[in-house]
Design a protein around this ligand. Structure first.
Ligand SMILES: CC(C)CC(=O)SCCNC(=O)CCNC(=O)[C@H](O)C(C)(C)COP(=O)(O)OP(=O)(O)OC[C@H]1O[C@@H](n2cnc3c(N)ncnc32)[C@H](O)[C@@H]1OP(=O)(O)O
Ligand SMILES: Nc1ncnc2c1ncn2[C@@H]1O[C@H](COP(=O)(O)OP(=O)(O)OP(=O)(O)O)[C@@H](O)[C@H]1O
Ligand SMILES: O=C(O)CCC(=O)C(=O)O
Ligand SMILES: [Fe+2]
Ligand SMILES: [Mg+2]
Length: 353
């Protein structure tokens, strides 16, 4: 682009300057995930920015590469999520399942893992088994499970949202139990960004892979399309009669009449979604344990923010409170330390996070 000769009638100096200015702009905008090379030019006279006619599309939530079709890209921009069918091979899913079962039987004890039981059984004493564990989090030290976050199939898509420097920030294997009748197997509608002290949000994406057929009966993901364009809403515990799981905050005042879309998925299907997308999952009305594996990825070029004085303060208090119980209050840690400690580079260079 820098070599482009000046056109007829364009003063020589401007012809020299314009491509360079446009190229500089391109670097800045490219970094922010804005339009592709050639789409933006600085106006030679007014200095304002306009879109060239070749690529009129303005993209905010996806980056330029050749992985997503234009249609897929437009879908994510508009809706805040994208389902890729049959992305993770059955053999990999079987390996995740085997490892999860080993963890449940306590045959392996990965460092740093959080094991969560459903609130209805949280105070009972049962033998360790798959039936007792609702989810495991932070499996970054478990080689078998963490393979999920390094699968080329997954990273290929993640890069469309984060760019080339990719951090795995938060990992989960969710084993939604049959509902006890108290509806505690539901996950209230929420935005994942509520839990994250890093920005910008557009360079964060969740990959969530169904480990079996998942539909409304066993509690599929439910999304409110387009809500990623809004802001982060205040979250708190829903006032549910049957109780609610620790840290399962929800949005208090979402629009009840907004279209809710139930994502029916097959084993291996993967949904990528924006951290501001409002989503949750319904109760599991079957007798099986509904399984999904997920990771939140972020560009390593994101930066940590201080959540003091924001709506995220309540979750910070809870997370730091649990860390205090674990490490002792005198070894005080803040939210940033906790995230830096468990974050792992999976591609490119570890810059900020
Ligand atoms: C984007 C992404 C981040 C979104 C999300 O992940 S949303 C959900 C976030 N969830 C989490 O981060 C997991 C939170 N869970 C945990 O940290 C753990 O499971 C804990 C709740 C701390 C319990 O772990 P642990 O201490 O090993 O278990 P204990 O059996 O010793 O229980 C300690 C006290 O916690 C209680 N408890 C355990 N599980 C639950 C539960 N599911 N819901 C509510 N309360 C629970 C348990 O009854 C016990 O209470 P007390 O005896 O201290 O009164
Ligand atoms: N009355 C409600 N108030 C607030 N959130 C709700 C309510 N009902 C469901 N949700 C939330 O909406 C999402 C989807 O729920 P959904 O309606 O699919 O499942 P469900 O109510 O468990 O089962 P069902 O399929 O019988 O409706 C979940 O995140 C759930 O927590
Ligand atoms: O039920 C699920 O698998 C989704 C859980 C979820 O959205 C979360 O933990 O942030
Ligand atoms: Fe979530
Ligand atoms: Mg319902």
């Amino acid at each position: 682009m820098g070599q482009r000769p000046g056109g007829v009638g364009v003063p020589r100096a401007a012809a020299m300057e314009q491509p360079r200015a446009a190229a500089r702009l391109q670097i800045v905008l490219g970094h922010l995930g804005r339009p592709s090379a050639g789409a933006v030019v600085a106006h030679p006279i007014s200095g304002t920015i306009s879109s060239a006619s070749f690529h009129p599309q303005q993209f905010q939530y996806t980056l330029d590469n050749n992985v997503l079709t234009l249609e897929q890209r437009k879908f994510y921009e508009e809706n805040g999520f994208l389902v890729i069918k049959n992305l993770v091979p059955d053999a990999d899913i079987q390996r995740f399942r085997n490892e999860f079962e080993k963890i449940c039987r306590k045959e392996v004890k990965p460092l740093g893992l959080t094991v969560m039981r459903d609130v209805t059984i949280s105070k009972s004493e049962y033998a360790p088994s798959e039936k007792m564990i609702t989810k495991v989090q932070d499996f970054q030290e478990d080689k078998e499970l963490f393979r999920y976050c390094t699968l080329p199939e997954i990273l290929k898509y993640v890069e469309c949202f984060t760019g080339p420097n990719i951090m795995a920030m938060h990992t989960m294997l969710i084993n939604k139990p049959p509902d006890s009748g108290k509806k505690t197997s539901r996950h209230p509608l929420h935005q994942d960004l509520h839990y994250f002290p890093f920005r910008p949000s557009d360079l964060i994406v969740c990959a969530w892979t169904a480990m079996e057929h998942i539909n409304r009966n066993n509690g599929c993901l439910v999304v409110l399309p387009g809500t990623h364009k809004g802001s982060l809403k205040p979250h708190d515990y829903p006032k549910w009669e049957g109780g609610v799981n620790k840290m399962f905050h929800g949005i208090q005042d979402y629009e009840e009449n907004k279209a809710r879309v139930h994502l029916v998925m097959e084993k291996g299907d993967t949904v990528f979604f924006h951290p501001l997308l409002i989503h949750g999952s319904g109760q599991n009305k079957t007798q099986g344990f509904r399984k999904a594996i997920s990771c939140h990825f972020a560009s390593a070029d994101c930066h940590y923010i201080d959540v003091k004085g924001t709506s995220q303060e309540n979750i910070e208090k809870e997370v730091v409170g649990i860390a205090h119980k674990f490490f002792g209050a005198e070894n005080s840690v803040d939210l940033k330390d906790i995230w830096m400690f468990r974050a792992r580079l999976v591609k490119g260079e570890r810059t900020n996070l």
